[in-house]
Design a protein around this ligand. Structure first.
Ligand SMILES: NC(=O)c1ccc[n+]([C@@H]2O[C@H](COP(=O)([O-])OP(=O)(O)OC[C@H]3O[C@@H](n4cnc5c(N)ncnc54)[C@H](OP(=O)(O)O)[C@@H]3O)[C@@H](O)[C@H]2O)c1
Length: 278
């Protein structure tokens, strides 16, 4: 594909106004003095296929995809990465020319990179992981943890059948458990991850008994509003290492930016401040 003089990228969702992606890509474009723009694109399900056909004609080199299109978009791609196919969802599309679209899912990579940046040398092979939740984000995270060598990934979800579904999808190292067993399960986990929306501003709290939580368990939350969730605060007070969820959002954006704008951007404190600015 002939590279547009001013490459454009964006994030497609419905709704989209809340997305932090324009801020983070905009920060990188300014910081590295690159030509290009990254914009929010409000697109409904009914128009998504048409929009994806037209965007490359307008100078777009790729887009991020967010709720509610991450699954549907796979059916519109001509080339789906193994990890996107395994997870059944994509968050990063690259326009390859002649109407071809490459779909990838970078959420799991973003999740692991975030923990590794906070805790250098950390690996999922350290011990069993306890994942709370079984939604779209949980799929990407369970897949990434298994890929990184987790010996067992215990999944507790309010709707038990969805946790069972992850075992069917990802295999024997996934250990589905009832949500009510969480107080016991925290004791043996090397890593605890909240992938539910609980604890997010405006959502119900994540009300779980953490009395058996202690170091060296590492605790992370993919909710990043607030930055320190009640789960992370309780874990810090118990003496555990904690990793907040903003870094996952920042790291998942790196592969798309690299592909679209040809530069490998840094995830650092400047970026965090730019994204968090009021
Ligand atoms: N940091 C990042 O980069 C990043 C990336 C992706 C997502 N996220 C955040 O992660 C969260 C989940 O996203 P998602 O796309 O996975 O959502 P999703 O597919 O809708 O899954 C939601 C999960 O939360 C559980 N849940 C919801 N309400 C609950 C309740 N009252 N009690 C117990 N469990 C409850 C659901 O359980 P059931 O199966 O029982 O309904 C399900 O497991 C969102 O807050 C999203 O903003 C962050």
């Amino acid at each position: 594909m002939t590279r547009p003089e001013v490459p454009l990228a964006g994030v497609i969702g419905d709704p989209i106004a809340h997305s932090l992606s324009p801020r983070l890509h905009g920060h990188w474009l300014r910081r590295y003095g690159l030509r290009g723009h990254y914009v929010p694109l409000h697109v409904t399900h009914a128009h998504l296929a048409d929009v994806l056909r037209v965007l490359p004609e307008m100078g777009f080199v790729g887009v991020n995809i967010t709720i509610p299109h991450k699954e549907y978009v796979l059916s519109l791609a001509s080339n789906v990465s193994d990890r996107a196919a395994l997870i059944g969802a994509a968050n990063t599309l690259t326009f390859l020319g002649n109407g071809r679209i490459q779909a990838d899912n970078t959420d799991g990579q973003g999740f692991l990179s975030n923990i590794r940046q906070a805790l250098p040398g950390w690996t999922a092979a350290t011990g069993p992981a306890l994942v709370l939740g079984s939604g779209g984000a949980a799929k990407a995270i369970v897949s990434a943890l298994l890929n990184d060598g987790a010996p067992r990934v215990i999944v507790a979800n309010r709707t038990r059948a969805r946790a069972d579904g992850l075992k069917e999808q990802f295999g024997a190292r996934v250990d589905p458990q009832d949500w009510t067993r969480i107080p016991d399960l925290v004791a043996d986990a090397a890593l605890i991850v909240n992938t539910t929306s609980l604890g997010m501003t405006g959502q119900p709290p994540l009300a779980i008994d953490l009395s058996r939580l202690s170091p060296p368990t590492v605790v992370t939350d993919i909710v990043y509003k607030p930055l320190e969730t009640d789960l992370l605060r309780a874990a810090r007070e118990a003496g555990c290492e904690t990793v907040d969820g903003l870094g996952m959002l920042l790291h998942q954006a790196v592969p798309g930016f690299e592909r679209w704008f040809g530069y490998t951007p840094l995830v650092d404190d400047d970026l965090r401040q730019a994204v968090l600015a009021p």
